[in-house]
Design a protein around this ligand. Sequence first.
Ligand code: AMP
Length: 144
Amino acid sequence: MTDKVKYDPDNIFAKMIRGDMSCVKVYEDDTILAFMDIFPQSEGHTLVIPKKAKATMLFDIDTDHLKDLIEGVQKVARAVDKALKPDGVRIAQFNGAESGQTVFHIHFHIIPIYAGQPLGRHAGGAPADVSRLTETASRIAGAF
Ligand code: AMP
């Protein structure tokens, strides 16, 4: 599958890493960047991306970068859980357009689940209010 998708260095997540595109940042270190999903499926929906890997999916990321990435996902997910106290946390990762992937720079979704609240649509609908996202991001950032 991965041989069908060439890594595009101008994808929107690569632009965020370079600072050429804005995002509502939650956390950043040498290896990962975490930011709020602009079309959140629930309150606190956060994305985690590797900063150094030029990979589109799980299949083409090298294992050293993958280890850093999944450690970052755990770290950010713990902060999301501590800050927002959801009833559950879904971790998702899509591979290929047919699976639902819309941005071809590998990433993990951290989606808080609140009992009785249905999830919003994946990657669609109206974008969230940035001031609200910023407020949520600062609550998460305060929980590391
Ligand atoms: P996927 O569909 O798994 O590739 O996930 C890509 C995610 O990026 C979707 O959940 C989108 O809502 C999200 N997204 C798209 N554009 C932006 C943006 N400018 N800032 C933050 N999240 C975005």
